[in-house]
Design a protein around this ligand. Structure first.
Ligand SMILES: CC(C)(COP(=O)(O)OP(=O)(O)OC[C@H]1O[C@@H](n2cnc3c(N)ncnc32)[C@H](O)[C@@H]1OP(=O)(O)O)[C@@H](O)C(=O)NCCC(=O)NCCS
Length: 330
């Protein structure tokens, strides 16, 4: 028997109905549609009802995933949830999701790697499939970024949105699925992108709330420089490692942080726009959900055997790329 690989066998996504447009933001902060579109590529993003949490979006995605694949939630062995906006600091959102969907045989945990979280989680989950230990693992990427964003800060509130995506990993012996991955992190990046309070270093206090320290803090220009270089480099690296030419690559699935970062990555890989999944204009940056949301929206176009490169960059800093061979025709 050939080597067991972990193949994605179904994809599902969920975005809230409420739309926050650039025109809406013009009423809240000093900004304009033209600036936002030119500098980021974003036109609108989705916002979850304030009373709901990240798990509520994830549950919709995972339920849809099970329905699509025709499996009962009890068949799921393990669920990993990549998120920076867990329902609670503890317990893990993964546990809350498995409880809500009735996946009583699954164990799981949360993966925190900021915008690279989905890639980190996918690589981690794939190991449990490759060893033969498990047969069905759900990888979720979900974030309610509206719970973290300061809507008085025009440099960040224009970027982020809410959403969730999920994929099912199952064993394959067809030499498809996750073929290779390159993941990196550099903890010195914390200065430039983080949440100042709410953790053990600075627990919540009246002072931290008054100082708006529970919101996302980003030095956009600095992060941009790092992101644009590293996302392009790691995408070129995974192509080189696997002897992939730009003709060989069917799709780039990039993290949707800024259209200019995506364009630079595609250029470096020698890919035309038609091979790049792009939904940033409609959803903004949904952090851990961007990549599975793209796969969900493009699923109909994907063909068995397609070479796909996923690439991300996020806070931490974290970044990486995964090369997969798509495992099914829809
Ligand atoms: C945040 C980001 C969109 C800002 O774009 P930028 O081109 O770097 O813009 P700058 O921060 O240099 O700001 C340029 C000018 O626009 C202004 N500006 C910032 N936000 C604005 C807004 N929403 N509307 C209008 N003007 C704005 C700035 O104040 C600045 O004005 P100044 O020149 O008078 O000082 C961009 O830096 C970015 O996408 N960064 C990386 C995000 C990322 O990848 N994160 C990691 C993964 S989550």
């Amino acid at each position: 028997m050939g080597k067991i690989t972990a193949a994605i066998t179904a994809v599902e996504g969920f975005v809230p109905e409420k739309v926050l447009t650039n025109a809406d933001l013009e009423k809240i902060v000093e900004t304009n549609d033209e600036w936002i579109q030119t500098r980021t590529g974003i036109k609108e993003r989705r916002i979850l009802d304030g009373k709901l949490g990240t798990s509520d979006m994830a549950v919709e995605a995972v339920k849809g995933l099970c329905k699509k694949r025709g499996i009962d939630p009890n068949e799921i062995d393990m669920l990993i949830c990549a998120t920076v906006t867990p329902d609670h600091i503890f317990p893990a959102t993964a546990n809350i999701i498995t409880d809500k969907i009735g996946a009583s045989n699954a164990w799981g945990y949360d993966m925190q790697a900021a915008c690279s979280g989905f890639l980190y989680a996918l690589v981690t989950g794939s190991q449990f499939i490759e060893t033969g230990k498990y047969k069905k693992i759900v990888i979720v990427g979900a974030d309610k970024m509206s719970s973290l964003v300061d809507y008085t800060d025009r440099t960040t509130c224009i970027i982020f949105g809410d959403g969730a995506g999920a994929v099912l990993l199952e064993p394959s012996v067809d030499e498809d699925g996750i073929i290779d991955s390159v993941l990196y992190s550099d903890g010195s990046g914390i200065t430039h992108l983080h949440q100042k309070a709410g953790g053990s270093v600075k627990p919540p206090s009246h002072r931290s709330v008054d100082a708006l320290e529970h919101h996302l803090y980003q030095e956009g220009k600095y992060v941009f420089k790092f992101a644009v270089t590293n996302m392009a480099d790691v995408s070129a690296e995974i192509m080189e490692r696997n002897n992939l030419s730009s003709d060989d690559v069917a799709w780039l699935v990039p993290h949707q942080a800024n259209k200019r970062i995506i364009d630079a990555t595609a250029r470096r890989m020698g890919l035309p726009d038609e091979k790049v999944m792009l939904n940033i204009q409609r959803y903004g940056n949904t952090t851990c959900a961007t990549i599975p949301l793209c796969l969900w929206e493009w699923e109909d176009k994907l063909k068995k055997g397609d070479n796909i490169v996923m690439a991300a960059f996020g806070g931490g800093f974290t970044w990486g790329a995964i090369y997969i061979k798509w495992a099914y025709d829809n």
